[in-house]
Design a protein around this ligand. Structure first.
Ligand SMILES: NC(=O)NCCC(=O)O
Ligand SMILES: [Zn+2]
Ligand SMILES: [Zn+2]
Length: 475
């Protein structure tokens, strides 16, 4: 079914203009003024912005962690994402030492197939680089289109890899055209500090933050950047929280290194004092790296604006307060790490970024969508509004005032970390490949509609192929 989105203000990372968009078979085929097509359904976007769908480069759906499993799976998580204006997620496929990588990828396909309501891809965790991994990885990159590899520098004895593994992964990524992602914290020192705090009887949630100081995030970020330089490779630092890490990324980028950084709405909006809430409520805010002192928020906003950080991911990793976060009553180190962020990422960035004058509207589109498409091999299929791109579109009303709350959110989790926050603007309708997933604030999508994304190699977006127009056709 053809559709014309009419009368909206189209916004991309580069331009803002008034126009109509003709969609055919899930693809944007024409953009212009006063477009007409007798067979097309007309979708009125008067008074609204028309944005490319959000791309969330950092989610953990249906992920086992800390002796439990995230509250949101690929169905509830992608429904919530769509309500929030996100049309693509890239989830982390976990692996275990000694087990075939292909088995882990198959597990993640089984978790997502038939459930996702929007398109999705996977990053692949690398926990060791053995001969088997060296043999298997190029095949997975080629056949699965998984072109980003994740190394954890923290979570000792659970997910953490050593520096040798990180270095070998960087070398392999350089050769294969993949992007290495790091969770940058010094896991060994954190492990020592956690044990010491517990021995001293310090068991409350706030000690999660106090045992993971910002300097250990800065140190690991700098170490990863140095190893990237040595390997002449490429690095993406996930969930950057603090000035110490931003400075290391900026230093690397100033040297001309291919080092990129992501932050998340929680680090832009919340601070460490949330972990001190009484009655164990601080546990709701336990994730890693932890929330920081408030002044870091300005550093993060400035870094998005000036390009030292490029993207905003959600790090969606939801656990219920009742029964899951409570696993850490009496021992903060047993609180499952993570929070529910997938639904509010887009609106918080618009409201606190664009509406409050911290980001231009085009920069907003870049950090919420376009930059991730480019870094993770999805551009120009995703991440923009252009002829030939997938019609992943958000019709966003900037005049709506609303309050974020667990009572109205769509994640399957019993609290919202941004409870009570007033935001301006709301995604009213959301289309994925030309089909409504959210229509006039109602979910109308279908589990299983979301397609797995076979992604391009790192750097391909810098040299896109010239598109050919079919003879006599618009595209
Ligand atoms: N962030 C967090 O606490 N949980 C998810 C796993 C990770 O990203 O480190
Ligand atoms: Zn992490
Ligand atoms: Zn994460």
């Amino acid at each position: 079914m053809r559709k014309i989105i009419k009368n909206g203000t189209i916004v991309t990372a580069a331009d803002t203009y008034f126009g109509d968009i003709l969609i055919d078979d899930g693809i944007i085929v024409m953009i212009g003024v006063d477009l007409e097509d007798d067979e097309a359904e007309i979708v009125d976007a008067s008074g609204c912005y028309v944005f490319p769908g959000g791309i969330d480069p950092h989610t953990h759906l249906d992920m086992p962690f800390g002796g439990t499993v995230t509250a949101d799976d690929f169905e509830s998580g992608t429904i919530a994402a769509a309500y929030g204006g996100t049309t693509t997620v890239i989830d982390f496929c976990l692996t275990s030492k000694g087990a075939p990588l292909a088995k882990a990828v198959e597990t993640w396909h089984n978790k997502s197939k038939g459930l996702a309501v929007i398109d999705y891809g996977f990053h692949l965790m690398v926990s060791e680089v053995t001969d088997d991994v060296l043999h298997e990885l190029p095949q997975i990159i080629e056949e699965e289109g998984i072109t980003s590899l994740k190394v954890f520098m923290a979570y000792k004895n659970v997910l953490q890899a050593d520096d040798g593994t990180l270095y070998k992964t960087l070398l392999m990524a350089k050769e294969q055209g993949a992007l290495v992602m790091v969770h940058a914290e010094n896991g060994d020192v954190i492990d020592f500090l956690v044990r010491k705090a517990l021995e001293e009887g310090n068991t409350d949630p706030i000690y999660h933050a106090l045992t993971r100081p910002a300097i250990l995030e800065g140190e690991a970020t700098g170490r990863a950047a140095d190893l990237t330089e040595l390997a002449d490779s490429q690095l993406y630092v996930v969930h950057v929280t603090c000035a110490e890490a931003v400075w290391k990324i900026a230093e690397a980028r100033n040297k001309g290194l291919r080092v990129f950084g992501e932050t998340c709405p929680q680090y832009l909006m919340l601070d460490q004092s949330s972990l001190e809430k009484p009655d164990f409520e601080g546990a709701k805010y336990v994730w890693s790296p932890p929330l920081r002192e408030q002044w870091n928020q300005d550093v993060l906003w400035d870094s998005l604006r000036n390009g030292q950080l490029q993207t905003v991911g959600s790090d969606q990793c939801s656990f219920n307060f009742k029964g899951q976060k409570e696993l850490g009553l009496g021992d903060f180190s047993k609180i499952p790490n993570g929070g529910p962020m997938i639904e509010d990422r887009f609106s918080i960035l618009y409201s606190e970024g664009v509406h409050k004058g911290r980001l231009s509207i085009n920069k907003f589109v870049d950090v919420i969508s376009t930059a991730s498409a480019k870094l993770f091999g999805l551009f120009p299929q995703k991440g923009t509004i252009a002829i030939g791109s997938d019609a992943d579109i958000v019709i966003f009303d900037p005049s709506v005032e609303r309050t974020i709350s667990a009572a109205t959110h769509h994640m399957k989790v019993d609290y919202n970390a941004f409870e009570g926050m007033q935001v301006t603007g709301e995604p009213i309708s959301v289309l994925s490949r030309g089909e409504f997933v959210i229509r006039d604030r109602e979910f109308v999508g279908k589990p299983g509609y979301g397609q797995y994304l076979h992604r391009g190699r790192f750097g391909e977006a810098d040299k896109p192929a010239v598109k050919k127009l079919p003879i006599g056709g618009a595209y």
